[in-house]
Ligand binder design. Structure first.
Ligand code: ZN
Length: 233
């Protein structure tokens, strides 16, 4: 195995390790993120509050109607019960009856509004409940899939770290030091493949002699533009 090839292989393993780690972080963040769920939860709680308010509003309206109806019954029994005979009193009772009836009509209109409001609140509540349940289900399914992926990635990572450890001893320490420095400086990519006399990492066209040198099995050549170690098959 040529020296540049050993480093190229190490680079491949390290890039896979980087990708695996970055995906693992992404998964962890997604698993932790509860924005969507708490949004649906909050929405549900709000519609629940509106429903309770609408139920109370309707109950109050019903009570008001009932109270007036009781007053009307009392008025009617006074009016027609025969106990009141005084014409002035009877006239007062008749006027009272008319006032009660007018008030009852107003209250019944209000009651109808409250009934419609309750229906609206009920359908809003049901819709948000369904939305919450759907969200919970979707998130549970997604998290299940992510947990499986996470377990597989952890296995991959373990294997890759093993491969890395196996590759290290055969690489000269100077080369390895250069490699690590370049990895730190060049976004994790220390080794660049040469294709058509071009550094595939930075796109620079290599001088003919350098392109030739990059084929050497024993010597390490570096791109003059980005400084990366060149590997050419
Ligand atoms: Zn380059």
């Amino acid at each position: 195995m040529s020296e540049p090839f050993k480093l190229f292989r190490l680079q491949q393993v390290d890039s896979q390790i980087d990708q695996t780690k970055s995906r693992l972080t992404e998964i962890e963040n997604t698993l932790k993120d509860e924005t969507e769920l708490s949004l649906a939860q909050r929405n549900f709680e709000e519609t629940e509050k509106k429903l309770v308010t609408a139920q109370k509003g309707l109950k109050r309206s019903e009570d008001e109607v009932e109270a007036v109806q009781i007053k009307i019954e009392l008025n009617q029994s006074n009016l027609y019960g025969g106990k009141v005979t005084n014409p002035k009193e009877l006239q007062d009772l008749q006027q009272e009856a008319a006032a009660h009836k007018r008030y009852l009509t107003t209250l019944e209109d209000k009651l109808l509004e409250k009934m419609v409001a309750l229906e609206d609140a009920e359908s809003g509540y049901e819709a948000s409940q369904t939305r919450l349940e759907d969200t919970q289900k979707l998130i549970a399914e997604r998290n299940k899939a992510l947990t499986i992926e996470q377990a597989n990635l952890l296995k991959d990572l373990e294997r890759l770290i093993g491969e890395r450890q196996a590759a290290i001893p055969s690489i000269p320490s100077d080369d390895l030091e250069l490699y690590e420095k370049l990895r730190a400086k060049r976004a994790g990519v220390a080794v660049a493949k040469v294709k058509d006399k071009t550094c595939t990492a930075c796109g620079a066209v290599l001088p003919h002699a350098l392109a030739q040198a990059s084929r050497s099995p024993n010597k390490i050549s570096r791109c003059e533009t980005c400084g990366r170690i060149l590997y050419s098959r």
